[in-house]
Design a protein around this ligand. Structure first.
Ligand code: NDP
Length: 325
């Protein structure tokens, strides 16, 4: 089978805020970036409704609209945006070899990884039904819409603890659903939760169903897995904070990752352990996970790619050499 092959200076994998911001900077620096969008062009924000915390939108913006704006801005400076999914990489030699859709081979002098992360969901039908209509996987993004109301959050890790205390500042009551009889979160975070009066902790509690009126969430049905007692808690908002999975599977064996598969970058940098390969956005950030922080690291990645290319003389022959690897 003859495979289509091409060489690019800068390949961007992923099309969330990190990828598009990297594209804007790389294109303006004349790196002629090629971007592969992945299966969900625009990333996680295309699955949200209002975005009120991204600077520059005084009246807020819908997630899909914002991503469309970012796409147009990246295209305006000449980014070659393509729908496609990177199926494997080979970072052994330079340029770096990337296979798209198992059929197209790209040799890239620099690679910017902006593949993001995927929120874990409980897997309930009602959770998907009310996603964006009372159900959210991001308290910082959507907590504001439940000001003065009663909400629930499921999870017991650092994210859930952090988000519960964030919600407690805005909402009347936060019901925290912990499936075991203890937290996973650090002691410091637990301390904050336990000392916040309007957080009610429900230990040994499984989420059975999110109840609603067809339009909005009205309650959550929980089951105490010790007593077997089911309870409906009236709420307007339901937050899922049971962890994220970084989309980094294809980089296993090539790039350094932490124990939860987030890519490790050098301090104050987007450099990975492979020269010319940079990582930005949620694929390397498990702490902040905001569109604006992703955009910030996307900018850093493009600037570092530009500096990397400027600092070395690239030999066109290496392309040939890599094909033999
Ligand atoms: P974690 O994987 O640490 O925690 C996930 C939590 O969700 C666990 O308490 C788990 O319960 C619970 N959970 C998982 N599945 C279900 C389910 N189906 N039903 C109910 N509960 C469920 O994820 P986090 O996002 O909290 O944290 C990820 C990493 O990021 C951690 O290393 C954390 O320390 C770090 N982090 C650090 C922060 C900081 O330093 N400020 C802030 C946020 C995250 P169980 O405990 O029973 O397994």
């Amino acid at each position: 089978m003859s495979l289509k092959t091409e060489n690019v200076q800068c390949l961007i994998i992923g099309s969330g805020p990190a990828g598009y911001t990297a594209a804007i900077y790389a294109a303006r620096a004349d790196l002629k970036p090629v971007m592969y969008t992945g299966i969900v062009p625009g990333g996680q924000l295309t699955q949200t409704t209002d975005v009120d915390n991204f600077p520059g939108y005084p009246n807020g913006v819908m997630g899909p609209e914002m991503m469309e704006d970012l796409r147009k801005q990246a295209e305006r400076f000449g980014t070659d945006i393509r729908f496609g999914y990177v199926t494997s990489v080979d970072f052994l030699g330079t340029p770096h070899k990337i296979i798209v859709d198992e059929s197209h081979t790209i040799y890239a002098d620099t690679v910017i990884i902006a593949t993001g992360a995927t929120a874990k969901w409980l897997g309930l039908e009602s959770e998907q039904k009310y996603n964006g209509f009372g159900v959210s996987a991001c308290a910082v993004c959507d907590g504001f819409f439940f000001k003065g109301q009663d909400v629930a959050i499921v999870g017991a890790g650092d994210t859930a603890a952090e988000e519960a205390t964030y919600l407690a500042k805005l909402c009347k009551t936060v019901h925290m659903l912990v499936r075991r009889d203890e937290f996973r979160a650090s002691k410091a975070m637990q301390h904050r939760v336990l000392n916040t009066p309007n957080i009610i902790i429900h230990y040994n509690s499984d989420t059975k169903e999110i109840l609603g009126n067809g339009k909005n969430v009205t309650a959550v049905k929980i089951l105490n897995n010790v007593t077997g007692i089911e309870t409906d808690i009236p709420i307007e908002g339901f937050f899922v904070a049971i962890g994220h999975t970084p989309n980094t599977e294809i980089f296993k064996g090539w790039l350094d990752m932490d124990e939860t598969n987030y890519l490790i970058t050098q301090p104050n940098s987007t450099k990975t352990n492979v020269e010319g390969v940079f990582a930005c956005g949620d694929a390397q950030d498990k702490i902040f996970r905001q569109a604006i922080t992703a955009a910030g690291t996307g900018c850093m990645a493009a600037l570092e790619a530009e500096r990397f290319l400027a600092s070395r003389e690239l030999q066109p022959e290496v392309i040939k050499n890599s094909e033999e690897v």
